[in-house]
Write a protein that binds this ligand. Structure first.
Ligand code: DAH
Length: 344
């Protein structure tokens, strides 16, 4: 009996040495220590032993069981450890390997102009405002002093969604929205860059969707000279320190008086060329003193405050600044075009 126990222990231990996974270890445990296992069987057979032998064998069985249990537990720990190490080795990452280069894009020329304009106007104390592209007729026209029968409201010019909702045709509705948001407080000093939409046939200088930057200042004592100084500063920072601007009388329903603003032709320096049609000047934006009706509708008393506003086309400025001849380049997204703005 005792030698059988010794053999059993030997066999179990040597098998244990060969085992390489948890499944096999579990089988071994069942084979020797399980309910129907070999040790249990020996215990069952103890009935046939003499009274002197029984306690001796019993103790030996317990010893062997203890040793086997300990050996199996140690093996389990070793297997677990090995599994963790194998996983770590499989998932190891060599951080010293050179990376795979990702092609990086370039900033779109329109975004560049918007960013530059924002920098300029923020430097002058303006805030950047936003408004919805899907706009109410009320804000796009009515609040800007464009009554229902105004020719600029012709259905041909706008993308209407319902009778009252359209894609904004200009960023000017943000003027009205901002005044209402400010609830009569001064100063108002915002610019709003954004997309606008018009029912135009696309060609080299027209697009059904383009970009504008709106500006609005409302405060006590705002005068035309403030408008002129602001726009001159903008023109000089955008196009060069020796830029000149010229104001020509014009008409917009939301400003009175209204002006169109030219910069000196950046191609010929004012001498006259094809681009400026020999005039030496190029128009870049519309502007004016905010119409008293627009101030009133925005919740301001035109006897106490005054303001100026302006609206410029971003594509036009980008075309002048970068010498781009066709507005369609901005949205056809040819990478050969876009890559040229890598280092501008
Ligand atoms: N909204 C005008 C347009 O789309 C541009 C404009 C002109 C905006 C004069 C203004 C302004 O704020 O005062 O043609």
């Amino acid at each position: 009996m005792q030698s059988r126990l010794q053999e059993l222990k030997q066999a179990a231990m040597s098998r244990l040495g060969e085992i390489s996974d948890t499944q096999q270890l579990q089988e071994l445990r069942v084979k020797y220590l399980g309910k129907k296992g070999e040790l249990t069987e020996i215990l069952r057979g103890m009935g046939s032993l003499s009274a002197e032998e029984r306690p001796v064998v019993g103790q030996l069985v317990n010893e062997v069981r203890g040793e086997l249990e300990a050996a199996i537990a140690a093996k389990q720990t070793a297997l677990n450890q090995a599994a963790v190490e194998a996983k770590l080795a499989a998932e190891s990452l060599d951080v010293t390997l050179p990376g795979r280069p990702l092609p990086s894009g370039t900033m779109h020329p329109l975004s560049r102009i918007i960013e530059q304009a924002e920098d300029i106007f923020i430097g002058l104390g303006f805030e950047v405002a936003e408004g919805p592209e899907v706009e109410l007729d009320h804000f796009n026209f009515e609040m800007l002093n464009l009554p229902k029968d105004h020719p600029a409201r012709d259905m041909q010019d706008s993308f209407y969604i319902t009778e009252e909702i359209l894609l904004r045709t200009q960023t000017s509705p943000v003027q009205a929205r901002t005044m209402l948001r400010k609830e009569g407080k001064t100063p108002v000093k915002i610019i709003c860059p954004g997309k606008v939409y018009r029912r135009d046939d696309d060609d080299a200088t027209h697009s059904h969707q383009f970009t504008q930057i709106e500006g609005l200042v409302v405060d006590r004592g705002i005068r035309m000279s403030d408008l002129k100084g602001t726009l001159l500063t903008f023109a000089r920072q955008m196009f060069g320190e020796d830029q000149q601007i010229r104001l020509r009388p014009s008409f917009f329903p939301f400003t009175e008086p209204s002006v169109e603003v030219d910069i000196q032709c950046i191609f010929c320096g004012g001498d006259g060329c094809r681009t400026c049609k020999q005039t030496g000047w190029i128009e870049i934006l519309g502007a004016g003193m905010v119409h008293p009706r627009v101030l009133e509708m925005g919740g301001y008393d035109p006897r106490e405050v005054s303001g100026f506003a302006f609206g410029m086309g971003v594509e036009r400025i980008a075309m002048l600044k970068y010498g781009i001849e066709d507005i369609r380049h901005f949205y056809t997204n040819d990478v050969r075009f876009l890559r040229q703005f890598n280092r501008v």
